[in-house]
Design a protein around this ligand. Structure first.
Ligand code: KG4
Ligand code: ZN
Length: 402
Protein backbone atom coordinates (compact mmCIF):
# COMPACT_ATOMS: atom_id res chain seq x y z
CA UNK A 1 0.00 0.00 0.00
CA UNK A 2 1.36 3.37 -0.91
CA UNK A 3 1.29 6.44 1.24
CA UNK A 4 -1.19 8.17 -1.02
CA UNK A 5 -3.53 5.21 -0.76
CA UNK A 6 -3.33 5.36 3.01
CA UNK A 7 -3.74 9.09 3.21
CA UNK A 8 -6.90 9.25 1.21
CA UNK A 9 -9.33 7.69 3.66
CA UNK A 10 -7.85 9.52 6.63
CA UNK A 11 -9.37 12.92 7.23
CA UNK A 12 -6.91 15.79 7.10
CA UNK A 13 -6.90 16.19 10.85
CA UNK A 14 -5.97 12.53 11.37
CA UNK A 15 -3.15 12.77 8.80
CA UNK A 16 -1.74 15.77 10.60
CA UNK A 17 -1.94 13.94 13.91
CA UNK A 18 -0.26 10.80 12.55
CA UNK A 19 2.47 12.91 11.04
CA UNK A 20 2.99 14.48 14.44
CA UNK A 21 3.24 11.16 16.23
CA UNK A 22 5.64 9.78 13.68
CA UNK A 23 7.93 12.77 13.62
CA UNK A 24 11.41 11.49 14.34
CA UNK A 25 10.92 8.04 12.77
CA UNK A 26 14.05 7.26 10.79
CA UNK A 27 14.64 4.61 8.19
CA UNK A 28 17.22 2.83 10.33
CA UNK A 29 14.34 1.91 12.67
CA UNK A 30 15.79 3.67 15.70
CA UNK A 31 12.79 5.82 16.23
CA UNK A 32 12.36 8.56 18.76
CA UNK A 33 8.95 9.97 19.62
CA UNK A 34 7.65 13.29 20.75
CA UNK A 35 5.26 11.58 23.14
CA UNK A 36 4.23 8.24 24.47
CA UNK A 37 1.77 6.40 22.23
CA UNK A 38 -1.38 4.87 23.68
CA UNK A 39 -3.05 2.31 21.48
CA UNK A 40 -6.26 0.32 21.76
CA UNK A 41 -5.85 -3.30 20.62
CA UNK A 42 -8.86 -5.41 19.60
CA UNK A 43 -8.85 -9.19 19.06
CA UNK A 44 -11.52 -11.69 18.01
CA UNK A 45 -9.82 -13.99 15.48
CA UNK A 46 -11.03 -17.24 17.04
CA UNK A 47 -12.88 -17.74 20.34
CA UNK A 48 -11.52 -14.98 22.60
CA UNK A 49 -13.00 -11.49 22.58
CA UNK A 50 -10.35 -9.12 23.96
CA UNK A 51 -9.39 -5.47 24.11
CA UNK A 52 -6.55 -3.62 25.82
CA UNK A 53 -4.98 -0.18 26.00
CA UNK A 54 -1.18 -0.28 25.96
CA UNK A 55 1.41 2.51 26.13
CA UNK A 56 4.59 2.56 24.06
CA UNK A 57 6.73 2.12 27.20
CA UNK A 58 5.11 -1.33 27.54
CA UNK A 59 2.64 -0.48 30.28
CA UNK A 60 -0.72 -2.19 30.11
CA UNK A 61 -3.11 0.63 30.96
CA UNK A 62 -6.26 -1.45 30.90
CA UNK A 63 -7.57 -4.71 29.49
CA UNK A 64 -10.70 -6.79 29.35
CA UNK A 65 -11.46 -10.16 27.76
CA UNK A 66 -14.18 -12.74 27.45
CA UNK A 67 -13.62 -16.47 26.81
CA UNK A 68 -16.08 -18.85 25.25
CA UNK A 69 -15.04 -22.24 26.72
CA UNK A 70 -18.46 -22.86 28.23
CA UNK A 71 -20.18 -22.31 24.86
CA UNK A 72 -17.93 -24.62 22.81
CA UNK A 73 -17.08 -27.42 25.26
CA UNK A 74 -20.25 -29.44 24.64
CA UNK A 75 -19.44 -29.42 20.89
CA UNK A 76 -15.87 -30.66 21.47
CA UNK A 77 -14.37 -27.77 19.49
CA UNK A 78 -14.92 -24.21 18.29
CA UNK A 79 -18.19 -23.75 16.36
CA UNK A 80 -17.61 -20.69 14.09
CA UNK A 81 -21.24 -19.45 14.08
CA UNK A 82 -21.50 -19.62 17.86
CA UNK A 83 -18.09 -17.91 18.23
CA UNK A 84 -19.22 -15.00 16.01
CA UNK A 85 -22.48 -14.58 17.99
CA UNK A 86 -20.51 -14.44 21.23
CA UNK A 87 -18.11 -11.87 19.76
CA UNK A 88 -21.03 -9.71 18.61
CA UNK A 89 -22.52 -9.87 22.07
CA UNK A 90 -19.32 -9.29 24.03
CA UNK A 91 -17.23 -6.95 21.86
CA UNK A 92 -18.91 -3.75 23.13
CA UNK A 93 -18.50 -4.98 26.70
CA UNK A 94 -14.77 -5.74 26.44
CA UNK A 95 -14.14 -2.42 24.66
CA UNK A 96 -15.97 -0.59 27.40
CA UNK A 97 -14.16 -2.65 30.04
CA UNK A 98 -10.66 -1.99 28.65
CA UNK A 99 -11.22 1.75 28.33
CA UNK A 100 -12.77 1.90 31.79
CA UNK A 101 -9.85 -0.04 33.30
CA UNK A 102 -7.45 2.39 31.60
CA UNK A 103 -9.52 5.35 32.76
CA UNK A 104 -9.43 6.71 29.21
CA UNK A 105 -11.75 7.97 26.52
CA UNK A 106 -11.36 7.19 22.82
CA UNK A 107 -10.21 10.75 22.09
CA UNK A 108 -7.24 10.26 24.44
CA UNK A 109 -5.88 7.40 22.31
CA UNK A 110 -3.29 7.69 19.53
CA UNK A 111 -4.44 4.78 17.34
CA UNK A 112 -6.61 1.68 17.06
CA UNK A 113 -4.98 -1.68 16.26
CA UNK A 114 -7.11 -4.62 15.26
CA UNK A 115 -6.48 -8.24 14.32
CA UNK A 116 -6.94 -8.42 10.56
CA UNK A 117 -6.15 -12.14 10.13
CA UNK A 118 -5.57 -15.03 9.91
CA UNK A 119 -8.48 -16.69 11.66
CA UNK A 120 -12.15 -17.61 11.36
CA UNK A 121 -13.87 -15.23 8.89
CA UNK A 122 -17.00 -14.77 10.99
CA UNK A 123 -14.91 -14.03 14.08
CA UNK A 124 -12.46 -11.72 12.30
CA UNK A 125 -15.27 -9.71 10.75
CA UNK A 126 -16.41 -8.65 14.24
CA UNK A 127 -13.09 -7.17 15.39
CA UNK A 128 -12.26 -5.66 12.00
CA UNK A 129 -15.66 -3.93 11.83
CA UNK A 130 -15.30 -2.69 15.42
CA UNK A 131 -11.73 -1.43 14.89
CA UNK A 132 -12.49 0.35 11.63
CA UNK A 133 -15.63 1.98 12.99
CA UNK A 134 -13.94 3.22 16.17
CA UNK A 135 -10.88 4.52 14.33
CA UNK A 136 -12.98 6.27 11.67
CA UNK A 137 -15.45 7.75 14.15
CA UNK A 138 -12.62 9.24 16.21
CA UNK A 139 -10.32 10.13 13.28
CA UNK A 140 -7.61 7.89 14.68
CA UNK A 141 -4.95 6.02 12.68
CA UNK A 142 -5.85 2.36 12.07
CA UNK A 143 -3.36 -0.53 12.19
CA UNK A 144 -4.46 -3.92 10.81
CA UNK A 145 -2.43 -6.52 12.68
CA UNK A 146 -1.38 -10.04 11.64
CA UNK A 147 -2.36 -12.21 14.62
CA UNK A 148 0.86 -14.27 14.47
CA UNK A 149 3.03 -11.16 14.16
CA UNK A 150 1.40 -9.99 17.40
CA UNK A 151 2.39 -13.28 19.09
CA UNK A 152 5.91 -12.94 17.64
CA UNK A 153 6.42 -9.35 18.88
CA UNK A 154 4.76 -9.82 22.29
CA UNK A 155 8.06 -10.69 24.01
CA UNK A 156 9.42 -7.25 23.07
CA UNK A 157 6.79 -5.30 24.99
CA UNK A 158 8.70 -3.07 27.41
CA UNK A 159 11.72 -5.29 26.72
CA UNK A 160 13.01 -4.02 23.37
CA UNK A 161 16.60 -3.74 24.59
CA UNK A 162 16.76 -7.47 25.44
CA UNK A 163 14.68 -8.84 22.58
CA UNK A 164 16.58 -7.33 19.70
CA UNK A 165 16.26 -8.18 16.02
CA UNK A 166 17.04 -10.58 14.49
CA UNK A 167 15.75 -13.39 16.69
CA UNK A 168 14.40 -16.88 16.22
CA UNK A 169 10.74 -17.21 17.13
CA UNK A 170 8.86 -20.41 17.84
CA UNK A 171 5.14 -19.79 17.35
CA UNK A 172 3.06 -22.56 18.89
CA UNK A 173 -0.67 -21.96 18.90
CA UNK A 174 -3.99 -23.51 17.99
CA UNK A 175 -3.73 -22.57 14.32
CA UNK A 176 0.03 -22.55 13.72
CA UNK A 177 3.29 -24.27 14.59
CA UNK A 178 6.32 -22.66 13.04
CA UNK A 179 9.82 -21.37 13.61
CA UNK A 180 10.87 -18.17 11.90
CA UNK A 181 13.58 -15.57 11.84
CA UNK A 182 12.17 -12.22 12.92
CA UNK A 183 14.40 -9.75 11.04
CA UNK A 184 12.32 -6.77 12.08
CA UNK A 185 8.68 -5.76 12.36
CA UNK A 186 6.95 -6.91 9.14
CA UNK A 187 9.98 -9.01 8.03
CA UNK A 188 9.96 -12.73 8.64
CA UNK A 189 11.68 -15.76 7.12
CA UNK A 190 9.95 -19.07 7.66
CA UNK A 191 12.30 -21.87 8.80
CA UNK A 192 10.05 -24.74 9.84
CA UNK A 193 6.33 -25.39 9.83
CA UNK A 194 4.00 -28.24 10.66
CA UNK A 195 3.35 -30.83 7.97
CA UNK A 196 -0.07 -31.66 9.37
CA UNK A 197 -1.76 -30.53 12.63
CA UNK A 198 -0.67 -27.61 14.76
CA UNK A 199 0.64 -28.47 18.21
CA UNK A 200 -2.33 -26.70 19.86
CA UNK A 201 -4.72 -28.76 17.74
CA UNK A 202 -2.91 -31.93 18.89
CA UNK A 203 -3.28 -30.88 22.56
CA UNK A 204 -6.97 -30.18 21.97
CA UNK A 205 -7.66 -33.46 20.16
CA UNK A 206 -5.78 -35.58 22.70
CA UNK A 207 -7.66 -33.83 25.53
CA UNK A 208 -10.87 -34.79 23.72
CA UNK A 209 -9.69 -38.40 23.26
CA UNK A 210 -9.00 -38.52 27.00
CA UNK A 211 -12.40 -36.93 27.75
CA UNK A 212 -10.78 -34.27 29.94
CA UNK A 213 -13.22 -31.51 30.98
CA UNK A 214 -12.11 -28.12 29.65
CA UNK A 215 -12.74 -25.92 32.63
CA UNK A 216 -10.01 -26.68 35.11
CA UNK A 217 -9.37 -23.45 36.92
CA UNK A 218 -11.14 -20.21 37.55
CA UNK A 219 -8.51 -18.16 35.79
CA UNK A 220 -8.16 -20.29 32.70
CA UNK A 221 -9.77 -23.01 30.69
CA UNK A 222 -9.79 -24.81 27.39
CA UNK A 223 -8.48 -28.24 26.46
CA UNK A 224 -4.72 -27.41 26.46
CA UNK A 225 -4.51 -26.07 30.02
CA UNK A 226 -6.84 -28.90 31.14
CA UNK A 227 -4.49 -31.51 29.68
CA UNK A 228 -1.47 -29.82 31.27
CA UNK A 229 -3.09 -29.90 34.67
CA UNK A 230 -3.94 -33.62 34.39
CA UNK A 231 -0.46 -34.44 32.98
CA UNK A 232 1.37 -33.12 36.02
CA UNK A 233 -0.08 -36.02 38.04
CA UNK A 234 0.95 -38.62 35.43
CA UNK A 235 3.88 -40.95 34.80
CA UNK A 236 5.24 -40.12 31.31
CA UNK A 237 7.18 -43.40 31.06
CA UNK A 238 4.25 -45.83 31.31
CA UNK A 239 3.07 -45.45 27.70
CA UNK A 240 5.64 -45.20 24.91
CA UNK A 241 4.85 -42.59 22.25
CA UNK A 242 6.35 -42.51 18.75
CA UNK A 243 8.78 -39.61 18.27
CA UNK A 244 7.58 -37.71 15.15
CA UNK A 245 9.86 -37.14 12.17
CA UNK A 246 12.71 -39.17 13.56
CA UNK A 247 13.54 -41.11 10.39
CA UNK A 248 16.57 -40.61 8.10
CA UNK A 249 14.63 -38.58 5.53
CA UNK A 250 12.84 -36.26 7.96
CA UNK A 251 15.14 -36.24 11.00
CA UNK A 252 17.20 -33.29 9.77
CA UNK A 253 14.20 -31.18 8.71
CA UNK A 254 13.16 -28.31 11.00
CA UNK A 255 9.49 -29.07 10.17
CA UNK A 256 7.07 -30.44 12.75
CA UNK A 257 4.43 -33.18 12.72
CA UNK A 258 1.83 -34.07 15.32
CA UNK A 259 -0.65 -36.31 13.50
CA UNK A 260 1.31 -39.53 14.23
CA UNK A 261 1.32 -39.16 17.99
CA UNK A 262 -2.34 -38.14 17.97
CA UNK A 263 -3.28 -41.18 15.84
CA UNK A 264 -1.19 -43.42 18.14
CA UNK A 265 -3.24 -42.33 21.18
CA UNK A 266 -6.47 -42.88 19.28
CA UNK A 267 -5.28 -46.40 18.38
CA UNK A 268 -4.32 -47.16 22.00
CA UNK A 269 -7.83 -46.24 23.08
CA UNK A 270 -9.44 -48.31 20.31
CA UNK A 271 -7.51 -51.45 21.30
CA UNK A 272 -8.33 -50.85 24.97
CA UNK A 273 -4.75 -50.15 26.06
CA UNK A 274 -6.11 -47.45 28.34
CA UNK A 275 -9.45 -46.35 29.72
CA UNK A 276 -10.15 -42.62 29.40
CA UNK A 277 -12.47 -42.86 32.41
CA UNK A 278 -9.62 -44.13 34.61
CA UNK A 279 -7.88 -41.08 36.11
CA UNK A 280 -4.50 -42.84 36.34
CA UNK A 281 -4.59 -43.84 32.63
CA UNK A 282 -5.77 -40.36 31.68
CA UNK A 283 -2.88 -38.71 33.57
CA UNK A 284 -0.22 -41.13 32.26
CA UNK A 285 -1.27 -40.72 28.61
CA UNK A 286 -1.45 -36.94 29.02
CA UNK A 287 2.03 -36.86 30.59
CA UNK A 288 3.54 -39.10 27.85
CA UNK A 289 1.94 -36.98 25.12
CA UNK A 290 3.09 -33.71 26.67
CA UNK A 291 6.66 -34.96 27.16
CA UNK A 292 7.02 -36.39 23.62
CA UNK A 293 5.50 -33.23 22.15
CA UNK A 294 7.94 -31.08 24.12
CA UNK A 295 10.90 -33.22 23.01
CA UNK A 296 9.79 -32.94 19.38
CA UNK A 297 9.36 -29.16 19.64
CA UNK A 298 12.82 -28.82 21.23
CA UNK A 299 14.56 -31.08 18.72
CA UNK A 300 13.13 -29.13 15.78
CA UNK A 301 13.85 -25.78 17.44
CA UNK A 302 17.50 -26.82 17.84
CA UNK A 303 17.59 -27.50 14.08
CA UNK A 304 15.86 -24.15 13.46
CA UNK A 305 18.61 -22.37 15.43
CA UNK A 306 21.17 -23.93 13.06
CA UNK A 307 19.14 -22.91 9.98
CA UNK A 308 18.73 -19.39 11.38
CA UNK A 309 22.49 -19.11 11.85
CA UNK A 310 23.05 -20.09 8.22
CA UNK A 311 20.35 -17.66 7.02
CA UNK A 312 21.69 -14.78 9.11
CA UNK A 313 25.41 -15.54 8.92
CA UNK A 314 25.36 -15.01 12.70
CA UNK A 315 23.70 -16.35 15.82
CA UNK A 316 20.12 -15.23 16.50
CA UNK A 317 20.10 -12.63 19.29
CA UNK A 318 17.66 -14.74 21.29
CA UNK A 319 15.02 -17.42 21.12
CA UNK A 320 11.42 -16.33 21.63
CA UNK A 321 8.54 -18.77 22.19
CA UNK A 322 4.97 -17.53 22.04
CA UNK A 323 1.40 -18.59 21.24
CA UNK A 324 -1.00 -20.49 23.51
CA UNK A 325 1.13 -23.64 23.86
CA UNK A 326 4.10 -21.55 25.05
CA UNK A 327 2.16 -21.03 28.29
CA UNK A 328 2.67 -24.75 29.04
CA UNK A 329 5.24 -25.17 31.84
CA UNK A 330 6.69 -28.46 30.52
CA UNK A 331 7.19 -26.90 27.08
CA UNK A 332 8.79 -23.80 28.64
CA UNK A 333 11.12 -25.93 30.79
CA UNK A 334 12.19 -28.00 27.75
CA UNK A 335 12.89 -24.88 25.72
CA UNK A 336 14.83 -23.37 28.64
CA UNK A 337 17.14 -26.42 28.74
CA UNK A 338 17.59 -26.21 24.97
CA UNK A 339 18.39 -22.50 25.14
CA UNK A 340 21.00 -23.04 27.87
CA UNK A 341 22.61 -25.83 25.84
CA UNK A 342 22.82 -23.53 22.82
CA UNK A 343 23.87 -20.54 24.88
CA UNK A 344 21.04 -18.37 23.61
CA UNK A 345 18.65 -16.44 25.89
CA UNK A 346 15.07 -17.72 25.90
CA UNK A 347 12.34 -15.12 26.23
CA UNK A 348 8.69 -16.12 26.61
CA UNK A 349 5.89 -13.66 27.38
CA UNK A 350 4.16 -14.32 30.71
CA UNK A 351 1.83 -17.33 30.25
CA UNK A 352 -1.37 -15.25 30.16
CA UNK A 353 0.09 -13.13 27.34
CA UNK A 354 1.09 -16.23 25.32
CA UNK A 355 -2.57 -17.09 24.73
CA UNK A 356 -4.77 -14.76 22.67
CA UNK A 357 -5.26 -11.32 24.22
CA UNK A 358 -5.82 -7.69 23.35
CA UNK A 359 -2.47 -6.52 24.74
CA UNK A 360 -0.45 -8.24 22.00
CA UNK A 361 -2.57 -6.60 19.30
CA UNK A 362 -2.10 -3.16 20.87
CA UNK A 363 1.66 -3.77 21.21
CA UNK A 364 2.01 -4.96 17.58
CA UNK A 365 0.03 -1.83 16.65
CA UNK A 366 2.61 0.31 18.46
CA UNK A 367 5.51 -1.47 16.75
CA UNK A 368 3.89 -0.99 13.32
CA UNK A 369 2.85 2.58 14.04
CA UNK A 370 6.46 3.40 14.94
CA UNK A 371 7.45 2.26 11.47
CA UNK A 372 4.62 4.07 9.76
CA UNK A 373 2.83 0.86 8.76
CA UNK A 374 -0.74 2.12 8.86
CA UNK A 375 -3.87 1.04 7.05
CA UNK A 376 -6.86 2.76 5.49
CA UNK A 377 -10.33 2.56 7.03
CA UNK A 378 -11.38 0.34 4.12
CA UNK A 379 -9.37 -2.78 5.04
CA UNK A 380 -11.08 -6.16 5.18
CA UNK A 381 -10.10 -9.27 7.14
CA UNK A 382 -7.69 -11.82 5.62
CA UNK A 383 -8.58 -15.41 6.48
CA UNK A 384 -5.36 -17.06 5.26
CA UNK A 385 -2.29 -14.93 5.53
CA UNK A 386 1.24 -16.39 5.59
CA UNK A 387 3.38 -14.33 7.97
CA UNK A 388 6.40 -14.31 5.67
CA UNK A 389 4.23 -12.66 2.99
CA UNK A 390 3.69 -9.51 5.10
CA UNK A 391 6.75 -7.79 3.68
CA UNK A 392 5.39 -8.21 0.14
CA UNK A 393 2.12 -6.43 0.91
CA UNK A 394 3.34 -3.10 -0.37
CA UNK A 395 3.48 -1.18 2.88
CA UNK A 396 5.77 1.74 2.76
CA UNK A 397 7.88 2.95 5.62
CA UNK A 398 7.05 6.57 6.37
CA UNK A 399 9.86 9.01 6.62
CA UNK A 400 9.90 11.84 9.13
CA UNK A 401 8.44 14.09 6.43
CA UNK A 402 5.11 12.23 6.45
O1 KG4 B 1 -2.45 -18.61 20.64
P1 KG4 B 1 -3.74 -19.21 21.06
O2 KG4 B 1 -4.39 -18.69 22.32
O3 KG4 B 1 -4.79 -19.11 19.90
C1 KG4 B 1 -4.42 -19.29 18.55
O4 KG4 B 1 -3.81 -18.35 17.99
O5 KG4 B 1 -4.66 -20.42 18.06
O6 KG4 B 1 -3.48 -20.77 21.21
C2 KG4 B 1 -4.54 -21.62 21.55
C3 KG4 B 1 -4.02 -23.03 21.64
C4 KG4 B 1 -5.13 -24.00 21.94
O7 KG4 B 1 -4.93 -25.14 21.15
C5 KG4 B 1 -4.95 -24.27 23.41
O8 KG4 B 1 -5.46 -25.50 23.82
C6 KG4 B 1 -3.43 -24.21 23.52
O9 KG4 B 1 -3.06 -23.12 22.71
N1 KG4 B 1 -2.99 -23.98 24.90
C7 KG4 B 1 -2.24 -24.85 25.60
C8 KG4 B 1 -2.09 -24.26 26.87
N2 KG4 B 1 -2.75 -23.07 26.89
C9 KG4 B 1 -3.30 -22.91 25.66
N3 KG4 B 1 -1.70 -26.02 25.26
C10 KG4 B 1 -0.99 -26.65 26.20
N4 KG4 B 1 -0.80 -26.19 27.45
C11 KG4 B 1 -1.33 -25.01 27.83
N5 KG4 B 1 -1.15 -24.54 29.07
ZN1 ZN C 1 -3.14 -16.82 18.91
Amino acid sequence: MHIAAIRMPLPTCAVREVGHYLRGVCTTHRASYPKSLRVLGIESSCDDTAAAVVASDGQILGECSHHQYAVHEEHGGIVPGLAANEHLKNMPLVLHGALKAAGMRMDELDAVAVTRGPGLPSSLSVCVAAGKALAAAHSLPLVGVHHMEAHALMARMGNEQSVRFPYLCLLISGGHTMSLVVHDVNEYTLIGTTRDDSVGEAFDKVARELQIPWIVAQEGGGPGPALERIACRGDPSRFRMPMPMNKHDSGSSPDFSFSGIKAHIKRLREIGAFDPLCQRDQADIAAAFQLTTTQHLCKKTALALKHAKIALGAEAACLVASGGVASNQTVRAGLQRLAEKHNVPLVCPPPRLCTDNGVMIAWAGIERLRRGLLDPYTIDFIQRWPLDQLKHMGYERRSSSF
